[in-house]
Design a binder for this molecule. Structure first.
Ligand code: ATP
Length: 235
């Protein structure tokens, strides 16, 4: 589904990604864990075409996407839920969802996906005419995920979905990520500081440090790794 090959990317003189290589197979949940400033968000933004790739390559289903505009990358089946949700506070829940389907013209499919997200998150159906800005943090995360799903992505990029949420809401969000993966056959790339929860639902994981992948393995092996336990799980 996704291959990153020796990708370098950054901001001015800051080289945030210093040769990142990773692979995600169709149907997988893969997580990228790491400390603050390690390069997790930059990895997702390089895939989405928001931060330009300076060297290396990024392939989706075998096709090069580095250098394409972000809307072209969405059209190729890759949607991102950004850190901090970034929903449109002055638009209603329904309008936020409509924007997620902006590039689509298949009305029947859009209606089907609307039913799917309302089944996943019934609270959004109830709040459909409310302004996005009036939702709780957890509901805004649900809306941001639903907005991304309205593009019917094959690869969903999630940036710190648990950030700032209460433990009960975090459990619910992670349960639903698993459900999206299983029921909707969506491949998931999950960036998280909450390494324990992320590895708990992932098939495989990568660990990033200072813009470089330092470890990759099956999620259960990473959970059992003394190095990961000490640095990221507080054990
Ligand atoms: P966090 O969990 O804090 O979001 P992260 O692992 O997602 O961390 P990035 O946000 O990708 O890390 O940041 C990687 C590096 O790039 C850091 O050194 C950060 O300071 C730097 N950086 C990120 N965004 C910018 C920016 N807009 N301008 C300049 N430097 C930036």
């Amino acid at each position: 589904m996704l291959v990153m090959n020796d990708v370098q990317a950054g901001y001015g003189k800051v080289l945030a990604l210093q040769g990142v290589s990773l692979t995600i197979h169709p149907g997988e949940i893969v997580t990228l864990i790491g400390a603050n400033g390690a390069g997790k968000s930059t990895t997702l933004m390089a895939i989405s075409g928001i931060v330009p790739c300076r060297s290396g390559e990024i392939l989706v289903k075998g096709k090069a996407i580095h250098g394409l505009a972000p809307d072209r990358i969405v059209a190729m089946g890759v949607s991102q839920v950004p850190e901090g949700r970034r929903i449109f506070a002055d638009l209603s829940v329904q309008e936020n969802l409509d924007l997620g389907a902006f590039l689509r013209t298949d009305r029947a499919g859009i209606r089907q996906d609307l039913d799917f997200v309302f089944a996943l998150f019934p609270i959004l159906a109830k709040r459909r005419h409310q302004y996005g800005g009036t939702l709780s943090g957890g509901e805004q995360q649900m809306l941001a995920m639903s907005r991304a799903l309205m593009a019917r992505p094959q690869l969903l990029l999630l940036d710190e979905p648990s950030m700032g949420l209460a433990p009960l809401m975090i459990r619910q969000i992670f349960r639903i990520i698993k459900e999206i993966n299983r029921e909707h056959k969506t491949t998931i790339f999950l960036v998280e500081q909450n390494a324990h929860q992320a590895l708990g639902i992932a098939d495989r994981g990568y660990v990033i440090e200072n813009g470089r992948i330092i470890l990759s393995d099956r999620a259960e092996s990473l959970l059992a790794s003394p190095e990961v336990q000490k640095a990221y799980l507080g054990i």
